[in-house]
Design a protein around this ligand. Structure first.
Ligand code: MIG
Length: 797
């Protein structure tokens, strides 16, 4: 990756300032600067070094690429001609360097303090001021960062919810030993939301090269970007709210497609389950122990000598038989894939790839050989369409065997021959060349999109071999827009309480960055969980979008039964709660696929005016109705839970808690078997009977838990369909809106009806205090489920 350098070049003279020649676009010596309006309402800045060609954007959806010219009746993107500016700035401001002029401290000191002189152009735009300069390998720009703005987004980052006060790096890195403060990690999503109570400003920088983003670190009043690329596009928009900004951003970069319902079930993984008999044992044990579960994983040991798209004939003599046996018992099998292809002339994937010129090369034209699990390995050129198609074709070996989903690992890409100590360089050399669909480019400027190309290829494989299925892909690395192709897991965490706590802000910001379908290895990947950590983690992860338990090769077992009877029975209840709430979760995923709204939300999403939630990530919201407050410390049996204004119901007792306008902290009892969980007054929550996997029919009853607010009103919605396939696109789905008014009348409206759902009856339950929890109470009203479009029913509750 690019390490930060200190040379900045004057952007140069305007080559021509005749406005009739360049309109609002400027050509400087050395760079072209172009303004554009995106049809989605972004003001765009496109900056390119002279001679930099067009390039494919890995972030954007294909139908959102168009731009309209500034003369289409839209305001001028800049208010006056660009002015020159020159300023000295220290890279990091600290007590140690305060008062030290940059000139006295021109190079790195031991703490990384640098002094740089930036000379460039300042533009005044309708959205604020922007400073732009050329750097040796790309561009630097900065914008005003209001003091009262919180900064969210930036994808998969460590740290708190608000990313202020630090410089973050975009560079996909494999760091299996990462700490709660490590940066960068596996994903690079360069979108930032500057949020004040009045408005949200979105800044999205479209470049898959190294980007440093200084969020008010060197200068608390500026957000600064250094892009190590010959060109980038900045998308800049202003919205009234964070949800509106995320809706706009996900219209630009795409949304998480509706997953098959089974992918929302519990998933059990291990590095590695083998041989086939062991996998069957795990499946049988799940059923015997009554742990609801839909998915088992095969990690790298299923392959023949770590050759991708092969099976180890001894460990898995009949993979098709295995998937069929598992399937009869309600399990899907997901297999891992790595990009590295073993360098072995007798291995067809390698031989054909070599013959077809499918691998990354060195500048001298020879194929690059690195080192991954199979030993010497070569790396497919995922930036090139025909090579992606070639990769997709090889999935036949897995799909023919009945594999249901693909897990793409190591796709930063990790390369063991890189620098083991500096994980940013634990990847292929930047100088490798990609054919890049006919415009060869060094990998160093495409790096962050490598995994996006791989996952796009996997999508193509589903389209090719499983056209009737929605497909399930899980990826470790990715770039902006990755949500269109794959779910994301957060890589190699540890069985540490700190990593459990970290998941909340990390997943919240991933969700705001477009990735609704995300989760972290429950129980922790590295090292050994004890029963307490495991059970607390399972409780929290049960209510996170992607729910998979995993553990490393050299760790002890992390299955629900690995920690004794007490843990097993608590885990059974936690996982069971997820299954009972699947109608709600599925409704949230449908919303995410349509609007981009995250499934896991920071409190600030729902309570933008509450200053006490602006940087709060000790709890989260699942959709808008449930507040989850995980236990994130050892030995703790209670915790403080902040409840924003309004009525809340303790999910375990039904007790109502009224939080005043300013919000209030509430002391929650949290013995080992209790996750502090609150239902928001004013919501109507869909749930159903317990199933052991999503292939079961259940008892045929859809239940709505009605939780009135202080005024006695509530509303909610249910989306349901066949759970797999695409018939929903032709109207085969149920959308039911429910509304309780203060007189106690509940109105149900079938916005869209279908018969192709698993419920026949509807039960309405009004939340009342009950010592066994709000789901335990007797039905208030039970009747046939309305499922004809336009049907409207009123009932007294
Ligand atoms: O370098 O395939 O993050 O989930 O179990 C380790 C073995 C490679 C890293 C993944 C992890 C997976 C492991 N992989």
């Amino acid at each position: 990756m690019h390490h930060r350098h200190t040379s900045f070049i004057d952007l140069g003279r305007l080559v021509s300032d005749d406005p009739s020649v360049h309109d609002q676009d400027f050509r400087f010596t050395g760079a072209d600067v172009r303004w554009f309006f995106s049809p989605l309402g972004y003001l765009g800045l496109s900056a390119a070094l002279a001679g930099a060609g067009e390039r494919r954007s890995w972030a954007l959806t294909s139908d959102d690429r168009g731009t309209v010219a500034s003369d289409a009746g839209l305001p001028a993107p800049i208010v006056n001609a660009p002015e020159s500016f020159s300023r000295d700035t220290t890279r990091v401001f600290s007590a140690a360097n305060s008062g030290v002029s940059p000139v006295e401290n021109p190079e790195d000191d031991s703490r990384g303090v640098q002094a740089v002189r930036i000379q460039g152009r300042r533009f005044t735009t309708p959205l604020g001021d922007l400073e732009l300069a050329r750097s040796r390998d790309g561009f630097w720009f900065s914008l005003k960062l209001p003091r009262d703005a919180a900064v969210y987004g930036l994808g998969e980052k460590t740290g708190g919810l608000d990313k202020r006060g630090r410089t973050w790096v975009m560079w996909n890195s494999d760091d299996p030993e990462h700490m709660p403060g490590t940066d960068p990690l596996y994903q690079s999503i360069p979108v930032a939301y500057l949020v004040t109570p009045e408005k949200t400003v979105t800044l999205f920088v479209d470049s898959p090269a190294t980007i440093y983003i200084d969020v008010g670190e060197a200068d608390p009043d500026r957000i600064q970007f250094e892009v190590y690329d010959e060109r980038f596009e900045l998308y800049w928009a202003e919205d009234d709210s964070l949800p509106a900004a995320v809706e706009r951003y996900t219209r630009l970069t795409g949304r998480t497609p509706l997953p098959p319902e089974w992918a929302l079930g519990f998933q059990q993984c291990r590095y590695s389950y083998f041989p086939a008999t062991r996998v069957r044992e795990v499946a049988e044990r799940m059923r015997a122990a009554e742990i609801p579960c839909d998915v088992l994983y095969l990690d790298i040991h299923y392959m023949d000598g770590y050759r991708v798209f092969t099976w180890d004939a001894e460990r898995f003599p009949d993979p098709k038989d295995l998937t069929q046996v598992l399937r009869r018992d309600g399990f899907r099998l997901v297999t891992i894939l790595d990009p590295g292809v073993k360098r072995d002339p007798s291995y067809p994937v390698y031989a054909q790839g070599l013959a077809g010129d499918r691998f990354l090369k060195q500048a001298d034209g020879t194929v690059y050989t690195g080192r991954v699990w199979p030993g010497e390995a070569v790396f497919p050129d995922f930036f090139t369409g025909v090579d992606r198609q070639w990769w997709a074709e090889h999935h036949r070996a897995l799909f023919d065997a009945g594999v249901a989903g693909i897990w793409n690992d190591m796709n930063e890409p990790a390369d063991f021959s890189g620098d083991e100590l500096n994980r940013r360089d634990f990847t292929v050399p930047d100088s490798l060349i990609s054919k890049n669909d006919g415009t060869p480019r060094p990998i160093g400027v495409l790096h962050n999109a490598y995994a996006s190309g791989m996952n796009e290829a996997t999508r193509a494989a589903f389209t090719r071999f499983r056209p009737e299925e929605r497909g399930f892909i899980l990826t470790r690395a990715g770039y902006a827009g990755i949500q269109r192709h794959a779910a994301v897991w957060t890589g190699d965490n540890y069985s540490w309480w700190e990593h459990l706590a970290l998941l909340v802000p990390m997943l919240a910001n991933l969700g705001l960055s477009g990735v609704a379908f995300a989760g972290g290895d429950a129980g922790g990947f590295q090292q050994n969980a004890d029963g307490e950590l495991y059970v607390r983690w399972i409780a929290a992860a049960s209510l996170m979008p992607f729910f998979r338990s995993h553990s490393a090769l050299d760790s002890s077992d992390h299955e629900p039964w690995s920690f004794g009877e007490e843990v097993l029975s608590i885990a059974r209840r936690s996982i069971g709660l997820r299954y009972r709430l699947l109608p709600y979760l599925y409704t949230l995923f449908e919303e995410a696929s349509r609007t981009g709204a995250p499934v896991l939300r920071p409190l600030v999403w729902e309570y933008p005016d509450d200053p006490r939630v602006r940087n709060r990530s000790d709890s989260f919201l699942l959709g808008s109705a449930l507040l989850v407050a995980p236990i994130r410390e050892r030995g703790v049996q209670e915790r403080s839970v902040y409840l924003p204004a309004g009525r809340w119901y303790d999910f375990h007792t039904g007790a109502a808690i009224d939080s005043p306008a300013a919000g209030s902290a509430h002391l929650a009892a949290a013995p080992l078997d209790t996750l502090p969980l609150y239902l928001r007054g004013g919501s109507i929550l869909p749930f159903e009977s317990l199933r052991q996997h999503t292939g079961e029919a259940g008892d045929g009853v859809l239940r709505l838990l009605v939780a009135p607010d202080t005024a006695g009103s509530a509303r909610g919605t249910v989306y349901a369909d066949a759970g797999e396939g695409f018939a929903y696109r032709d109207g085969e789905y149920l959308r039911l809106d429910a509304r309780l008014d203060p007189t106690g009348i509940i109105e149900l409206v079938v916005v869209n009806g279908t018969d192709h759902i698993r419920w026949r009856e509807l039960e309405l339950i009004r939340v009342v205090p009950h010592e066994e929890g709000v789901l335990a109470i007797a039905p208030t009203v039970r009747r046939e489920l309305p499922r004809t479009t336009g049907e409207r029913i009123t009932l007294e509750l």
